[in-house]
Design a protein around this ligand. Sequence first.
Ligand SMILES: *[C@@H]1O[C@H](CO)[C@@H](O)[C@H](O)[C@H]1NC(C)=O
Ligand SMILES: *[C@@H]1O[C@H](CO)[C@@H](O)[C@H](O)[C@H]1NC(C)=O
Ligand SMILES: *[C@@H]1O[C@H](CO)[C@@H](O)[C@H](O)[C@H]1NC(C)=O
Length: 297
Amino acid sequence: MAALLCSPNKLRRSVLLVGVALMLGMHLSAATMDKDIELIWGASHTYFFMDGETESLALSLDDQQGSCFRSKDMYLYGTISMEIKLVDGNSAGVVATAYTISEGPWSYHDEIDLEFLGNETGQPITLHTNIFVNGVGGREQQFYLPFDPAADYHTYTIEWNPKYILIKVDGKAIRAFKNYEEYGVAFPTWQQQRVYGSLWDADEWATQGGRVKTDWSEAPFVAYYRNYTFAWCQPSPGVSWCGAEPKDSARFDLDQRTLDDLRAASDQYMVYDYCSDHKRFNESEFPTECSLQRQGI
Ligand SMILES: *[C@@H]1O[C@H](CO)[C@@H](O)[C@H](O)[C@H]1NC(C)=O
Ligand SMILES: *[C@@H]1O[C@H](CO)[C@@H](O)[C@H](O)[C@H]1NC(C)=O
Ligand SMILES: *[C@@H]1O[C@H](CO)[C@@H](O)[C@H](O)[C@H]1NC(C)=O
């Protein structure tokens, strides 16, 4: 879903180039996010600015256009973090995203999604997550955040190693997707992915299933991104690349703190889990990973 928003037909290259030139001119010597990311569209009303010592990126959305950036590099395994401060007030219909996606054929693309679905009343904002492997998604989990994500910056992290994809909020794991390849469940193991962030209008579906529309009198909507960081998956001694490390290596095991955080997220903040959606799946039809998880495998 998220990827469509950065599709090439939305590019406005001339605007983009002017925007990039302006932004580079403004902060040539700043400690930077703009060395790692580039604006894909919406550059005419997207800007980098200094927030104290920290360079921040403001993405805005109006009735003409949203905004999107992407990482210059692509990654295979690693930890990607960014701090995001979401649109405040009535953000119904508005979706802010942070996601990673492979390039190449859509039919077998890999993708890890965080999408923040706006709310008419401002709060709660729903964090919608999904994972696509080989072009197949449908692994939605949604969470309410235990704070107002528009009041301040919070850190959102995707940790991707050969055994797990972990999604973390302020350093606490809320979701883990395990590599169950030996049980026939696909896992992203070979395609590099690029990081994207965007702000767009999705009022056909985002808020209460599309019943609540974007109120354009509130525009422009602005979301702030800062401190984009990337760390390669660290190899252990004798292993040159973490992708070469066997996925059953103990170093990928989840520690007790992570397990506790996952339990807390599932008990307290989860509002939707495809693995317990009995309207969607008959008992025998749940995706394989759901029953493996239930059995504690
Ligand atoms: C919006 O917030 C209200 C409470 O203020 C909540 O009942 C509702 O479920 C939220 N909507 C979404 C789409 O999260
Ligand atoms: C930037 O993010 C990294 C990773 O989340 C964190 O360790 C670091 O403290 C952050 N830097 C600042 C200045 O907040
Ligand atoms: C579940 O099974 C029932 C009875 O076999 C069938 O009528 C129904 O369409 C199935 N539902 C789904 C979501 O596949």
